[in-house]
Design a protein around this ligand. Sequence first.
Ligand code: SAH
Length: 571
Amino acid sequence: MSAPEQKPGRVHLVGAGPGDPGLLTVRAVELIARADTILYDRLIPSSALDGAREDAELRFVGKQGGGEAVPQEHTTALLIERAREGREVVRLKGGDPFVFGRGGEEALALRDAGIDFDVVPGVTAGVAAAAYAGIPVTHRGLSTAVALVTGHTREDAPPGAGRTRAKPTGAAEPGGTSDAAQTSDAAQTSDAAQPYDAAQASDAARTSDAARISDAAQASDPTDDHEPDFDWEALAAFPGTLVFYMGVRALPGIARALIDAGRPESQPVALVEGGTLPTQRTVTGTLGTIAEVARREQMKAPAVTIVGAVAELSQSLHWLPVRPLTGRTVAVTRARAQASRLARRLEELGAEVVQAPTIRTQALTEPEPAPLDPSPYDLICVTSPNAVEYLLQRLDDGTHSPGDARALAGARVAAIGPGTARALRERGILADVVPERFVAESLVEALAGVNARRALVARAREARDVLPDALKARGIEVDVVALYETVAEPLSPRALERARSADYITFTSSSTVRFFLDAAGPPSAKTKIVSIGPATSATLREHGLEPHVEASQHDIDGLVEALLVDAAENG
Ligand code: SAH
């Protein structure tokens, strides 16, 4: 943290997008990673804070326990206080900070207090949820304008205080029969409430304010409670799409008021719940029917309502596939540096990923001092993707600079499996030998026809001796170089708990098993354990855990495939 007096802090008013972590901006991710303090709201993506510093202060300042919000003055005061302490503060809000996010109010308060601030726009829910539902908010020939409208304007106004003509009926509150939901054609409907809550709850488990967030997710948001206070005639006459930010409770009143003010009852309407989240649901109808449809489908906050001819396009343009892991949480225990490919794959399949990297790797310079001259070797075996990176860092043949792959030109290069081969390829090295399966025994087999005099085995400190032993047995002189070691990565208790109770927990190496169990203890009884292969499964069994799923192809693709098969069978 910076020294308070000399360096004044700064506040970044940052939009976190509508929920899909992929819609966080690059700038938002950078600032989250740097911040000393993050004050965040409820509707931010579940993994938005994953990249925050371990020592960052993370404070939830949204609505608590389904009831009162943290008063705005407190939030503003805290922003000012932290900035004055010299901290770099991120004020993280769902969607865009200046679209119904009270970002403008906070910016004014900061300006008055003489605090520097900047604004990082976010993808706003009204546009994003519509897009994810296949609705372009403007469309040539159908709509040449779009209005973003709040479901309420005066936060403290009692229900009915607005100038609406029709009172909300309350008919759209959640609680309709589940039979009705089941017979609907909106696929995941009856379950949808549950996954969304689950997503929020597991999100919440990561934060110290767990209960508040998950409660709040079940409650409707503040915009539900009040009727808007505006000129319905003007709104009804608006020549374009109306996008209402609000919960479902206000919907009947809004639809009624628009009809009464002259908007055609037959106008198409779409309601998008949990837009861009794995649990997104869309229902469509008309101004005349949407309230009843929403009630029947038990639509819940957060949701946006899109009124206008474009709403109908969702019928033909909906593109979001029903994804095979929708509604499931999957914990990823591998090191953060390697986790992203697996995490991204799982997210693309609809899973909510719980990042729980209990390990990381670090270079070993002792007892093997850098640099490493590869010239004496005619065979170089690389036994993990990590080893590729650490090997290249250490290479020095006296001719090329360290890191220059040309130093390996004189040797054959063997990769232990496809993942290592890929890592080599990324560095411009095409492995000469790659077994199909990622285990040392397979590499031994694949090397059977390869002649060598002297081999270098580049690997982690804690690795099996199958490969060096087999090479030695063939009369090859073998040097084993331990390039890196695996060490524990400290994780917060909440992250560990979230991982322990996920639907699936994935282990991609024996070290992930050992370090995870050390840090978190065994997974919950309902959690299915997914192992990448026999060596990892053996380590699980040594710890008294039986894997539910073992990949037959021992790499990330194989692991994902095995998980998918299990999810499909046990849907
Ligand atoms: N600043 C935010 C809006 C905050 S007001 C933005 O730019 O998106 C909160 C309202 O936003 C909710 O009541 C709901 O109407 C809408 N909203 C937020 N996230 C949403 C989501 N994932 N799907 C649908 N609506 C959402």
